[in-house]
Design a protein around this ligand. Structure first.
Ligand SMILES: NC(=O)c1ccc[n+]([C@@H]2O[C@H](COP(=O)([O-])OP(=O)(O)OC[C@H]3O[C@@H](n4cnc5c(N)ncnc54)[C@H](OP(=O)(O)O)[C@@H]3O)[C@@H](O)[C@H]2O)c1
Length: 325
């Protein structure tokens, strides 16, 4: 049997790179699939590194429909991710969200052009916060992705082969400017400013680069459980933001304090970005207070449903201890 083509968007990034790793690190998957990594710049060092590992690279841009149809042609499987934050700084919240939706619809349209070979369309998205909360919580970078889900669901043949994935909170977010704990001499400890309660739960993916692709590999091998617009929530453990900080502190043998400030003040410290991040966390804060919160999102599978040995994945603790302090 000739190898099946899997086209991986974002192959030079965290999610797509993790998918590539998970497929190459597994003998059966490596024998089953030929990996085609999509990049805007095939001459980048990251693209070159993919080729040295046997991944072919194809030039395409999510904003250029004709490049996308060629990139996905003949695919047995497609993993797709869009990058809200890549354009956020330049375009701001509203325009970045519009662009992300348009890019996702472009990928879905390209996937429609190869339905004759396509058995898995795996789309990285996030919960439709506004719809689930009946408008109580709005999160532009969640909803921009969820709108693509709506488009895919309007295409029955594509929906039949589609599995949506919600990537959990990356442990590496603690290295992000807005979340990185800062040492305060006068307090003799690290502080982390946050625009949301410390008891807000996050479904954390631990080391995203190490763990995310394992979920995608499990989707590819358990077709009977996925597709039909089912959702896979890729996380290893639920933890509160406050406990996550304390886990980070313990791992680095330092003291740390979680300082909750008003969202509006937080947003003046990291204009735009602070508010957008807090909106995402407000959704999970809302979830905390609900028993059954999924609304009509449909079936949401997790590591248990996919028989993933979560103990063999990189834990949150190990992931935060590897972060530079
Ligand atoms: N941080 C979290 O906790 C978290 C949790 C859930 C979801 N997310 C979502 O994850 C997404 C980012 O994924 P990531 O972390 O994998 O990103 P990343 O590591 O920054 O990589 C972005 C990838 O997207 C590709 N890309 C960007 N713009 C493109 C375009 N116009 N055409 C083709 N490819 C393009 C880049 O490829 P080239 O540069 O090679 O072209 C790169 O491989 C965001 O939308 C974010 O909302 C994040």
């Amino acid at each position: 049997m000739s190898k099946r083509i899997i086209t991986v968007f974002g192959a030079t990034g965290v999610q797509g790179g993790s998918v590539v790793d998970a497929l190459l690190n597994d003998a059966i998957a490596a024998n089953t699939y030929v990996i085609r990594g999509v990049t805007r710049n095939p001459s980048s060092a990251a693209a070159e590194a993919l080729r040295t590992r046997g991944v072919s690279t194809v030039q395409a841009d999510l904003n250029d429909m004709s490049s996308l149809s060629a990139a996905v042609s003949g695919s047995y499987a497609i993993f797709a991710v869009t990058d809200f934050w890549g354009s956020f700084k330049e375009l701001g919240q509203e325009k970045a969200a519009e662009l992300e939706t348009a890019q996702g619809v472009n990928i879905a349209t390209a996937a429609l052009s190869t339905l004759d070979t396509l058995q898995h369309f795996i789309f990285s998205t996030l919960p439709d916060a506004s719809r689930i909360t009946s408008g109580a919580v709005k999160v532009p970078h969640y909803e921009s992705k969820a709108h693509v889900k709506e488009y895919i669901e309007s295409q029955p043949e594509l929906r039949a082969v589609t599995t949506f994935v919600w990537p959990g909170f990356y442990a590496s977010n603690l290295s992000w400017d807005i979340l990185k704990p800062v040492y305060l001499d006068t307090a003799g400890q690290y502080i982390q400013l946050q625009g949301i309660n410390g008891d807000t739960p996050v479904y954390c993916l631990g080391d995203t680069r190490a763990n995310f692709g394992v979920f995608i590999r499990a989707i590819l091998t358990q077709k009977e459980k996925v597709g039909n617009g089912n959702i896979v929530f890729a996380y290893v453990e639920m933890i509160t933001l406050g406990d996550l900080l304390q886990m980070w502190a313990q791992a680095h043998d330092v003291k740390a304090q979680y300082v909750h400030i008003e969202k509006a003040v937080y947003d003046t410290l990291w204009p735009g970005l602070g508010g957008e991040f807090v909106m995402g966390m407000e959704f999970w804060d809302w979830v905390k207070n609900k028993g059954s919160w999924m609304g009509d999102e449909g079936s949401v599978l997790n590591w248990r449903d996919l028989n993933i040995d979560v103990g063999a994945l990189t834990s949150i603790e190990k992931a935060v201890s590897a972060l530079l302090i």
